[in-house]
Design a protein around this ligand. Structure first.
Ligand code: SAH
Length: 348
């Protein structure tokens, strides 16, 4: 509920049927499919006026509104600052690849996780996003840009597994045939490593691609960079990854932000390769995605192209499949958390 009204875009089809009480199932389907096209009640032209008026009175569509939009002159990447119903702001980025459009969505306003290098956590945590507010980022972007988004990455602001129920609700809704109908194989969920929740996710039977933010290969260094490691250490995390693979058969990708002077040496690359070979199931396909660290004001972290390339070469030599993340939208601050910080009055 939002201000006493039903948060209608968050409901799955069965709950919507419940809310619509005595409406026939074809009507429920119509309303559901209008909602998940990003339409307002008054646009639901084949829905009787009386029902539209009831919806207007009793329900609310909690899609975010566009507060700011930046378009990269280099590669067409679009970044939105979205305003939620209570004034909170989050960010989304839309990137064009050969196979179509990918959106990076936010799952929380702010973040509790406290990773040392991350802009999204610097101003703390405000609240979880509702399923409607996560999906709304896709719906509003699609309508604004006149495109169909086919891939979703949950790598924006927030820790998706720390907003578990709403994220699951969101995934089920975007997967629905009467809704966006996005195959869950086209969805990547990135986590800083909430091992218990990775196990829960494995048990959901939703074949999303899991990305795990590792960034270090030993516990003392990882705990210093990522406080979550004190709760679930590397062993606990990788054993949850094995469980995820056993249950879903999906390959896992490990994110590693290369940070000069912190985790970027040849020795660190070898240690990472050794760790993954030793701890992951023999038959599990995995790869490492290297991210040149994005500078964030108070951290001083940076890396050079040479450091990243050498790190990658060492991993490959050690038999680990590694890619370097392309930097898209570098002229519009496309890396996450930066616009929200500006909106909060911070300089970056
Ligand atoms: N909370 C989730 C998803 C959001 S962050 C997670 O931690 O995975 C998405 C990715 O960007 C994560 O791998 C995160 O560690 C990384 N990241 C955050 N800040 C970064 C920075 N300044 N430079 C490079 N990567 C960063």
């Amino acid at each position: 509920m939002i201000n006493g009204k039903e948060d209608i875009l968050s409901l799955d089809e069965a709950s919507l049927a419940n809310f619509l009480e005595n409406e026939p199932s074809y009507r429920v389907k119509q309303v559901y499919s209008w909602l998940h096209k990003g339409c307002a009640f008054e646009e639901m032209t084949n829905v009787p006026k009386a029902l539209r008026e009831r919806l207007e009175k009793e329900a609310v569509i909690a899609s975010p509104s566009i507060e700011k939009k930046l378009v990269s002159k280099i590669d067409g990447t679009v970044k939105y600052l979205y305003k939620l119903y209570d004034g909170q702001c989050v960010e989304s980025v839309i990137m064009k690849y050969e196979h179509g459009y990918t959106i990076c969505v936010s799952s929380q306003a702010g973040c509790k996780m406290g990773c040392a290098f991350c802009a999204s956590t610097k101003d703390g945590y405000a609240r979880d996003l509702l399923p409607s507010e996560i999906e709304g980022q896709i719906l509003v972007s699609q309508r604004d840009l006149w495109i169909r988004i086919s891939n979703v990455v949950m790598m924006g602001i927030g820790e998706p597994l720390d907003n578990y129920d709403n994220v699951i609700g969101f995934l089920k809704n975007i997967n629905s045939e009467d809704g966006l109908n996005i195959g869950l194989r086209h969805v990547s969920l990135s986590t800083c490593g909430l091992a218990d929740r990775i196990r829960d996710l494995a048990n959901e039977g939703l074949p999303v691609t899991l990305s795990v933010s590792l960034h270090h290969s030993n516990d003392s260094d990882r705990s210093a960079l990522m406080p979550v490691n004190r709760r679930w250490n590397i062993d606990a995390l990788l054993s949850a990854c094995n469980y995820y693979f056993e249950k879903t058969g999906r390959r896992i990708s490990f994110e590693y932000a290369v940070i000069g002077g912190v985790n970027a040496t040849e020795e660190k690359a070898k240690a990472l390769a050794k760790l993954l070979h030793a701890k992951l199931d023999r038959d599990m396909p995995f790869h490492v995605n290297l991210i040149p660290v994005n500078p964030v004001r108070e951290t001083g972290f940076k890396s050079t192209r040479k450091e990243v390339d050498e790190f990658r070469a060492t991993l490959e030599k050690c038999g680990v499949n590694a890619t370097v993340r392309r930097r898209l939208g570098s002229d519009i601050n496309a890396s996450c958390g930066q616009l929200r910080r500006q909106a909060l009055g911070e300089s970056i």
